[in-house]
Design a protein around this ligand. Structure first.
Ligand SMILES: C[S@@+](CC[C@H](N)C(=O)[O-])C[C@H]1O[C@@H](n2cnc3c(N)ncnc32)[C@H](O)[C@@H]1O
Length: 344
């Protein structure tokens, strides 16, 4: 048995304060269950030299095991503990681009990037495609994408990223940001943007970009697709074909700063009305084996009610083990939780 000690990134500590250790333990347990074959044991908090670590035991982790763990949302450094000394383990995360892709955007209502990565990870790991996360271009859709934190994380992983949001300001801000960033970083890409018309009516706006992290891949047609639509999310089925997305990831409106707007109902405090209307549409977009992960504010909607909406849409809610451990306080008004459900 080898012992490992994981140092949590200082940014995660800033974002979650006291919850970062508990969230890291839960995320680690999800990785273990999905792709490490349940080989980790004794996942716990240990103070070494006055610093908090998440420690665990495992029979020796091989290169592929470490390649998975390198993508934990909160990981800073991983050590193997040998004879009381810490030996750094080389981490090679999936990251394709400079991390300022995720850190530059700052705006009220942004879902912080560590949490966004956690939500994407635990959703993907809850799907049947978990073992493929290092090997192929996963298709990610955020049907409440705001200004694109999930989309940027998906691109960072080398995946295809699609998004829907009804807010025109968010859509335009994201379009401008991503195109400026791609140009400034000299990332090879081709962008098309404009209104979507049906029967001569503008029914949405859409940005589609194909891009590649390096010129050779671009030339070889090995591109990533970014596809963002400005429309009500309950109309997502008009823009994406059924059964085409590997994972859907959404941070629902908190009922505090951003309201949730469902058709004809104006601003509502609870996101449940929006979820009840949208989840059946979203579930239809998932490939069999795909998963939907949502986060929301439990102060305005109970977990059991959100879970019922997912189950009523025919999804299998992953409501056990580490999937029950993601609740955490964000601020005075928000206690956030996560639900992941799978389309079988
Ligand atoms: C918590 S925010 C998500 C923020 C996003 N993750 C980010 O980091 O920018 C929720 C988003 O849901 C969007 N939204 C609410 N109701 C919607 C609806 N019916 N259709 C589409 N988008 C909606 C809001 O415009 C908002 O951008």
């Amino acid at each position: 048995m080898s012992q490992y000690a994981l140092l949590i990134s200082p940014s995660s500590n800033r974002v979650y304060a006291d919850a970062s250790v508990a969230l890291t333990r839960a995320e680690l347990a999800v990785f273990d269950r999905a792709v490490l074959g349940g080989r980790l044991s004794d996942i716990t908090e240990t103070v070494l030299g006055g610093v908090r670590y998440v420690t665990f035991a495992a029979d020796r982790l091989d290169e592929r095991d470490v390649a998975y763990l390198a993508n934990l949302s909160s990981i800073y450094v991983l050590f193997e503990v040998t004879g009381g000394l810490l030996r750094p383990v080389e981490l090679r995360p999936l990251d394709r681009f400079d991390d300022d892709l995720l850190t530059i955007p700052k705006y009220p209502g942004k879902t912080n990037e560590q949490f966004t990565k956690l939500l994407l990870n635990v959703t993907l790991l809850g799907s049947a495609f978990a073992p493929e996360m290092l090997d192929r271009k996963i298709r990610v859709l955020d049907p409440l994408c705001g200004r694109g934190t999930t989309l940027n994380q998906a691109l960072m992983y080398g995946y295809d990223a699609a998004g829907v949001d009804h807010d025109r300001t968010d859509f335009e801000a994201y379009s401008t940001y991503i195109q400026t960033w791609l140009k400034r970083k000299r990332v090879k890409h081709r962008a098309e943007s404009g209104p979507v018309r049906r029967n001569r009516q503008v029914v949405a706006r859409r940005l589609q970009v194909s891009l590649a992290a390096d010129k050779e891949s671009y030339r070889a047609g090995q591109t990533q697709l970014l596809d963002v639509v400005q429309a009500d999310t309950v109309r997502s089925g008009e823009f994406f074909r059924p059964g085409t997305q590997d994972v859907l990831v959404a941070d629902a409106p908190y009922g505090v700063q951003h309201g949730s707007r469902s058709a004809g109902r104006g601003l509502a405090r609870s996101p449940l009305d929006l979820l009840a209307e949208a989840v059946p549409v979203w579930a239809d977009l998932l490939r069999p084996g795909g998963a939907l992960g949502i986060s929301w504010n439990t102060n305005v909607a109970r977990r059991s009610e959100a879970a019922r909406i997912l189950a009523d849409a025919g999804l299998e809610v992953l409501d056990d083990g580490p999937y029950l451990e993601f609740g955490h306080r964000v601020d005075q008004a928000i206690v956030r939780d996560v639900l992941v459900a799978r389309r079988n």
